[in-house]
Every structure is written in structure tokens, then in C-alpha cells.
Design a protein around this ligand. Sequence first.
Ligand code: GLV
Ligand code: MN
Ligand code: MN
Length: 416
Amino acid sequence: MGAGEEWTGGVSGFEEMWRALAPVGRSGESGGYFRQPWTAAEGELRAWFAEQAAARGLTLETDGLGNAVAWWRPEGATGRHVLTGSHLDSVLDGGAFDGPLGVVSALAAVDLLRDRGHTPTRPIGIAVFVEEEGSRFGRACLGSRLVTGATTWAAARELRDRDGVRLDDALAAADLGPTGDDARWPSLTDDAHAFVELHVEQGRHLVDLGEPVGVASGIWPHGRYRLDVVGEANHAGTTRMEDRHDPMLTYAMTALAAAKQARLAGQRATFGRVEVTPNGTNAVPSRVTAWLDARADSEAALEALVADIARQATDRAGRDGTTLTLTAESVSAEVRFDPDLAARIAAGDDARADWPLLPTQAGHDAGILSAAGVPTAMLFVRNPTGISHSPAEHAETADCLAGVEALADTLARLTT
Ligand code: GLV
Ligand code: MN
Ligand code: MN
């Protein structure tokens, strides 16, 4: 929808953008999305975002990583900016909504504010952060971590993807790359008045509450840990069971122990990625590398959960005659979103803005900006099944449009 056109309840503008994104990076087999950073699919999404910014007369600012902000800075909009937006990358075989919903809704919210005749007193920036999912280089929220300095470029540039491609080289192949040794974007956070990220809910709180929109109270602490188990390669037929040093057994028992431990403690533990060397049917493997994703409702509980899993894994490695190391790859501290901002959004000045407050176990760029000192809030849009990080992820258009309204109301309050 163009800046001068009438807002018709939002269906046309929102759906048009949604339709444009639908085929990008979509698997013909599963219907899921493969929008890994610095690939052709993700490049197409970044180009789409630049077009959307240009069509609205927004000023696009980008960095050497591919992070982008489209600025609405009409005359009179001065001082600290309000950021919104989200990410366009996906997990492997992900859903359409995790990330893009926040970007499309931000564009639609700006259209709606213009149609309402709102002139912001502060600049509004629609941000797109790269590699939020860490699906390619393994670090959650890598774009926003680098922008805020939570991760340094010196530490990140050597990261390798599954094919051994260094981050440095992946960026160069996409005609990107930070200049010098710094990937930070200090003004983004230093000059921020607030960041509000809209996201599809990744759970069923809103379904159970019968509400289309909610406000996040905080994010559970969570982390990614690499488990390396080294054993002894040997023949699958001729090696007696009692003579083996099989890392697969150590890994398998660790996965079972992690699930049990998390269930007993009311926390979360997942092994979603495994690499087996040499990965042959008729050989005891020499090595298994697996990644543990652990989340808990407090930092102490997360530490205890990971320590318990590590202890059980080490015991089992002793019995299997394997060696084991567990390495933390990225750990995110607990996030408590700005309570004043959340309360202002949750209990706004009209009945429509009476949204429930919810905690979440999912990580977001909003958590990274919050940790960098930016007053931050999140809006969630109802997900009828609660399924996420899956091709089955969904949100109804009517709920998405309620999200756009809630975001527009929030941005209006923050820029009046
Ligand atoms: C991101 O979606 C995460 O929680 O891993
Ligand atoms: Mn996600
Ligand atoms: Mn997301």
C-alpha cells in the first residue's frame, strides 16, 4: 500500500506483502522455508525489503552484515528513535511467520499510522536483523549480537557453517563484510528510545486465553552447547559388543538423560542436530557431535540443568570408554522486558489495547537489544496450534491484522 492510499482495514497491504514473500526460499517438498543468511533466498528477501522501503519513501540504512533499518523520519521527528521490526531468516525448514511477521507488520503499521494522519515526533526505524536463528553459523541472534557488541567481529569472523565456509567468506560472497575490525552499529542502540518487536507466538498461551495479541514479560535464559564424543571406529560385524568404544551410545544415553532431566525439572532440553563420523552403516562411528539447546526459567536452573546433563553424559562416557567435551557456543541471560513499556502496551488507553502479559522460552533480537540497555517490548500474535520452527507454523490473517493495529497503537504512543 502506498503512503497516500487509504487504509482499508489493512487486508490488502498486509496480504500483498505476505503473498510476495510466500515463495521465497520455500521447499517444494515440505512447504517449509530455507532462508539461511547470505544465501540467494535471503538476498531476495533483503532486496524485497529495500523495495518496500523505497516504495514508502523510507530511508534505508544498512551495515556490512546485511542488517537494515528503513527510517521514517518526517519533518519534526527528532531525538531518540523508536525501532520496530524483526528478522527475515528462518530455521532450516521453518515456518513463514517467525521473523517475517514482525517485518511485514511493521511496514503495515507505518502505512496505518500514515493513513491515520499520525506524524511521529521521533524517527521510527523498521529493522531487519540477520542470522537471528543462528541456523547457518550456529550463534543465536548473530546480527544483533554483532551490532550491539555482545559478540565481537574478531570472534565471529572465523565461524564456519556446515560446509566449512567462514563467516568472512560467506559475507564476501554476498558482497558484504564489515569494514575494519568492528561490526558494531552504536547509534542504533545508543540513540534508541525503545524497540518493539512483533512476533508470532511460539506456544499456546494466547489460544488458551482467547486473545489475538499478547505482550511479552521476558525471555527464559537459554543456551546452545556442543557435545563432542570421541570413540573408536571399528567393524560393525566383527567387533564384539563388549569390546566397543561407541560414541553413539554415549550420545544416545545423553539425549535420553537430557529429556528426562528437563521434564523432571519443568525446563527444556533438545538435541536437534547430530553429526556422525564417518556416518557409515557398517562401522562403529569414531565421533559424534551433537548440539544441546537448553532453556530454563532462571539462570540458576539453567546452570543446574546443563550441569546435570553433563554429569550423566560423563558417567556414561566412562562406561563406554569414550571421551566427551561439552562446549557452550552461545548463552543468553534471562531477559526481563521493560516493565513500564510492557504495562503501557498491555493496558493502553483504549479497550482494544488490553493485552495479556506472557513469558516466552524463545530467543529474539529484542532480548539482545534489551541486554544492551534499550527499553524493549514484544507483541505476540496468536498461533492457533502453537507450532513454530516448523512448516506448520501459522497465524490467521485477522489475528495478524490485530497485531498490526496493536503495533501501530504502540508506535503512536511512543512517538506522540
Ligand atoms: C529462536 O527462535 C530460538 O528461540 O531459538
Ligand atoms: Mn525462531
Ligand atoms: Mn523469530
